[in-house]
Design a binder for this molecule. Sequence first.
Ligand code: C5J
Length: 222
Amino acid sequence: MNLIPAQPYDYELPSDLQKVALLIIDMQRDFLEPGGFGEALGNDVSYLSAIIPTTKRLLKIFRELQLPIFYTIEGHQPNLSDCPPSKLHRGNSTLKIGDAGPMGRILVLGEPGNAIIPELQPIANETVISKPGKGAFYQTQLESHLNKQGITHLIITGVTTEVCVQTTMREANDRGFECLLVEDATASYFPQFRQSTLEMIRAQGGIVGWTATTANVIQALD
Ligand code: C5J
């Protein structure tokens, strides 16, 4: 039995590792790069870029073992037809979804800022899911991809911990996936929100799932 030392207790990997997928959430230039939308809103993007090395290490081992890898991008069609008015108008920022930002139109698919950062560029046979919401299961093909490939276990990384990552993990948990969030491969502009999310996920015997470090995940897979 292959176990990842985790909280609140060890996470059991299936004997067939092809059932385990790496899910990298919203590592987009506009959220992570200096000069992007996230920084334009006054956020310190270094909190987010700090997880690039750990995410790269996880990507490397999943690629070496030829295990399934999925990425998500939060973005909308250029005509914003998939963006509900509530999302479009929320907030008091001068820059809204669809407006021209420092790296193209904000949260619009295909714009430079909407791309995954160069350090984590997907390669052949890796699946990129674009999503209009915070959760990766809402109005996407993610669930059918996972089911078709027989995936039962998700190793989850990305940004931001308390928004798209947590929403996705809760959606996945409700659908029966065994989810582990990698503690040092997820980040928020608000470090205290990241910490609270980790704690609430693994509370009550792992009510949403497990958390573990990158090193422990890699050691168990190696
Ligand atoms: C993500 C957001 N990816 N915070 N989006 O968390 O709007």
